[in-house]
Design a protein around this ligand. Structure first.
Ligand code: ADP
Length: 496
């Protein structure tokens, strides 16, 4: 039977769908659309403004020129009393005719009864005008009408004679139809030019959109590649991305995170191998002891008893390592796991000292406690008790015969300080930085003899750090060691 995998029905569709979704949700597409929209709005605004401004300037200028000319003509008509007697002022008729051909249109003059006395087309003379513009003009109103579609403008104005006492100042009307053909032709040319410009600008815009969105999205693509490389297990693959500062900051933070993950990974591997080693040691001893008993069935009962006692010790040791490990794991869960309460530290230390007195006596070590004031602090009593017990127990265990341990408590109101000074064997200078590491022991044999697991100081440090405190150590080999623990009296979540 062939091992070849048959792709699940619809799997290809799913992949295609997610690719489409990724495309539509991409930064690149959004950037492309944003630049495109901004550019398109600018081009449209440019087109509309240019079209509007040019059209208006051309048409308005033409109409204003015609208006000025006709105003002057109207004054001449009145001054020459053309309305009452057109035959007496033939030069006015020819000037009106010249003006009509100048504007490529038609000029009509009517009297106060709206009877046409002059028509540059000579078609309506003698007839009466009935248009609303004419009626408005004979009442003194000015009107101005522009039709871009029909390519003309119409101006109507009254002929005013202030000296006319007979029937009022409005003695007639002047109506002109002006051709806008040339202006509209120019506007159409301008439109063509604008459309070509818009097309060219749109092509350039699309090009800019494509280039900039590709360019801006590049660093993200590189970060994505790096992250997937890291996901494949290459933790040492740092990202080096130049470009804009946000991306540089992102890649710096990413690299910091990578370094941290790498450190955690190294310490996790170290921890796992240490744990396996430490857990295996008592089991190996138990196995050797049990094997010897099995291979020597005739051994006397005292030998059996001694071997069984040794097996029992190894089981106790295994137990201690497991409980210390569990304690450490619990401490790793941080603040959420704390049961805080206000505790009298003097009483707490006295309790610990009392509990440790039998061990100290058995090793001929004198332990003394001295406190300068009553100290109350917000702590997790169980955890803090464990940390201080580990420290004091160490100063008893790593002491000399007839040695001394002095525990003192003081406070400055903000912090309380516990100093544990012993006259013991001390710690070599090259080990002092390592003693807080999990499973580190200066003298493995001695630690083993005294039941040490190498986890006591790691636990103590975790507890103190959880309380936002600090732990310091000073030691002279052969003379003694002093541990100083400083912890804030009031606990603040997230404080440094
Ligand atoms: P252990 O269970 O071995 O005591 P700890 O983590 O408590 O583990 O301590 C780590 C090592 O630090 C000890 O094995 C010992 O070598 C050294 N040490 C700790 N406290 C003292 C001390 N007061 N004097 C001398 N050495 C010490």
């Amino acid at each position: 039977m062939s091992d070849e995998k048959i792709p699940a029905k619809g799997a290809g569709d799913g992949e295609k769908f997610s690719k489409v979704r990724r495309f539509f949700g991409s930064f690149r597409l959004r950037l492309f659309i944003t630049i495109l929209l901004t550019g398109a709005v600018s081009i449209a605004a440019m087109y509309i403004t240019a079209h509007y401004v040019c059209s208006n300037i051309l048409v308005e200028k033409r109409v204003d020129t015609a208006y000025d000319h006709l105003s002057k003509m109207s004054v001449k008509i009145v001054n020459n009393m053309y309305v009452g007697n057109p035959q007496n002022a033939p030069q006015i008729s020819s000037e009106l005719s010249i003006a009509a051909s100048l504007f490529g249109g038609r000029i009509i003059v009517a009297d106060s009864g709206l009877k046409i006395i002059y028509d540059s087309f000579s078609a309506e003379e003698g007839k009466t005008m009935v248009s609303t513009e004419a009626i408005k003009a004979i009442r003194g109103g000015l009107s101005r009408f522009i039709s871009i579609e029909k390519e003309y403008a119409e101006l109507s104005m009254p002929l005013i004679d202030h000296d006319n006492t007979d029937g009022g100042p409005y003695i007639g009307v002047l109506i002109a139809k002006i051709s806008l053909e040339d202006e509209i032709a120019m506007i159409k040319d301008l439109e063509k030019f604008l459309i070509v410009t818009v097309i060219l600008l749109s092509i350039v815009l699309l090009f800019i959109c494509f280039l900039s969105s590709t360019e801006f999205a590049k660093p993200f693509k590189r970060i994505e590649e790096s992250i997937s490389h890291v996901s494949d297990g290459y933790l040492d693959d740092l990202v080096t991305i130049g470009g804009y500062s946000e991306v540089r900051r992102l890649s710096d933070s990413f690299n910091d995170m990578l370094r941290r993950i790498e450190q955690l990974e190294v310490s996790r591997q170290e921890f796992v191998s240490n744990v396996s080693h430490e857990l295996k040691t008592p089991i190996t001893s138990i196995k050797v002891l049990a094997d010897s008993l099995i291979t020597q069935p005739d051994s006397p009962p005292e030998v059996y008893r001694e071997f069984l006692r040794d097996i029992n010790d190894e089981i106790d040791r295994e137990n201690k390592i497991i409980s210390d490990l569990l304690e450490l794991v619990k401490l790793d869960r941080k603040e959420g796991n704390m049961h805080l309460a206000t505790v009298n530290i003097n009483a707490l230390l006295e309790k610990i000292m009392k509990r440790l007195t039998p061990i100290a006596s058995s090793l001929s070590v004198e332990i003394v406690f001295e406190s300068y004031r009553d100290v109350y602090a917000m702590i997790d009593e169980v955890k803090m008790s464990l940390a201080l017990t580990n420290l004091i127990e160490n100063s008893i265990k790593y002491n000399k015969e007839n040695g001394r341990v002095k525990v003192s408590l003081n406070s400055d109101g903000k912090y309380f300080n516990v100093t544990i000074a012993d006259t013991g064997i001390g710690i070599p200078a090259d080990s002092i930085d390592k003693i807080f590491e999990r499973f580190y022991r200066v003298d493995k044999a001695r630690a083993r003899e005294s039941g040490g697991t190498g986890l006591g100081l790691a636990i103590a440090r975790s507890v103190v750090l959880m309380h936002n405190g600090a732990i310091k150590v000073e030691s002279v080999e052969g003379e003694g060691t002093t541990f100083i623990v400083s912890v804030p009296v009031s606990f603040k979540i997230g404080a440094e």
